[in-house]
Design a protein around this ligand. Structure first.
Ligand code: MLT
Length: 404
């Protein structure tokens, strides 16, 4: 008889956003007349920028002619895209990253889940708590997390770095030394971030203890403050300890288009083994490249027009963030985030649990958010709202919440 990967059996419940979708579907079925406003999953609502659409149309036409047709994409991604990434995301910020250190992919979610594959099973991971669930779940699937304690909702072999109101949602160096450290900055779900100086401390720490940092920079486009790094490679020494994951989902609205990239610097080594070579091997074997049309769309996000149009989109969502933040504050809520990230993190009122507040908001205001406890035990008593809705829906949702 065949055997299954028993690690999957250890996963508690379903994926957070699937659970929420099921709950909302059940509510909608029972209350078909209710107008639900979804500020739960961080999915964008604005259409793709004109420069992106134009590039996609052109690429579609190219695919329709034998002379300009494209089959399998190169392993690492097309050079036109990798060059644009390097120029605009790294060189312009003083980071020395080469095009062949960029691995183009179908998004940061899959990369953040897959990257753990190139590390040994006995590595100890450290995560912020609360945390984007994919980091932990993917390590559970590969048997790296030990035993689950349903009471504390923690894994025996995971190092949790609590990020709470008390420490300003800034993780502290863990007491136990980790091998792999996941950092998402600006942070999902708390919407907060750390200064470049603080990030430098993490880089120095990782280099000192021999840990690797998996740095998720999916929300980088939302940084508005001066002293915040746009890439971990702005920090000295990051190339010997950090892998950076980037996404086109949040800055360019590619949630349904799918495009991202991972940077693995050649200097990043475990003794004399290059992680770059390992990820190249994995990428080449298991991935056949993001579609040509999508990579051309990605390239267009770096054109002059594309950049200006994306800036407008980011500003649009950040206006929503301000509306949510101010509205909730006026209504007496304690709120965080929304300055360098499109997420608002709020304290639930009247000591409600995160899921109690989820139900309360859904039933009484017909607004969907994300329960903080779904991101980890320290998220209990908090709740996340996304700024990615339309401005009309965002305003309407906040008016409803204010009336509760
Ligand atoms: C979120 O809502 O946390 C994100 O949209 C999920 C994701 O990007 O996969």
């Amino acid at each position: 008889m065949f055997k299954i990967n028993e690690n999957y059996q250890k996963l508690p419940g379903s994926y957070l956003f699937s659970t929420i979708a099921k709950k909302v579907a059940a509510f909608t079925q029972a209350n078909p007349d209710k107008d639900i406003i979804r500020l739960g999953i961080g999915d964008v609502t604005q259409p793709l920028a004109p420069a992106v659409i134009e590039a996609m149309h052109k690429a579609v036409d190219e695919m329709g002619s034998a002379e300009t047709f494209h089959g399998y994409a190169p392993d690492l991604g097309y050079e036109f895209l990798r060059n644009a990434i390097v120029e605009h995301d790294y060189t312009s910020r003083g980071c020395d990253i080469a095009p062949d250190e960029i691995f183009v992919s179908d998004g940061a979610k899959s990369d953040s889940a897959n990257i753990q594959e190139i590390f040994g099973a006995d590595n100890k991971i450290a995560v912020c708590d609360p945390v984007y669930p994919v980091y932990v779940d993917s390590n559970v699937m590969s048997g790296r997390t030990g035993v689950y304690n349903a009471e504390t909702e923690t894994w025996s072999d995971v190092i949790y770095m609590p990020c709470t109101m008390e420490n300003g949602f800034v993780p502290e160096f863990p007491k136990e030394t980790p091998d792999m450290i996941y950092l998402c900055l600006p942070n999902n779900p708390t919407g907060t971030t750390i200064t470049k100086a603080k990030l430098q401390e993490w880089v120095d720490y990782a280099n000192r203890v021999g840990a690797v940092i998996i740095y998720d920079g999916a929300y980088e486009a939302y940084i508005s403050e001066e002293d915040v790094a746009h890439s971990i490679y702005e920090c000295e020494g990051a190339k010997t300890c950090a892998i950076e994951l980037k996404s086109f989902s949040k800055n360019a609205g590619f949630t349904g288009v799918r495009l991202g990239y991972t940077v693995v610097p050649k200097e990043l080594k475990c003794q004399d083994v290059s992680l770059h070579g390992m990820w190249a091997r994995r990428h080449g074997t298991k991935f056949n490249g993001a579609p040509y049309i999508v990579q051309r769309a990605g390239e267009a996000t770096y054109s002059k027009e594309g950049r200006a149009q994306l800036q407008e989109q980011v500003a649009y969502y950040m206006k929503n963030a301000a509306v949510i933040k101010t509205g909730l504050k006026d209504a007496g809520y304690t709120v965080f985030g929304g300055v360098n990230a499109p997420y608002i993190w709020l304290k639930t009122p009247d000591n409600m649990t995160s899921w109690e507040f989820f139900d309360y908001l859904l039933e009484r205001a017909n607004v969907v958010g994300t329960p903080g406890s779904g991101f980890g035990p320290s998220g209990e008593g908090y709740f996340r709202l996304t700024a990615f809705g339309s401005s009309e829906n965002t305003l309407a949702a906040i008016e409803r919440v204010k009336k509760l």
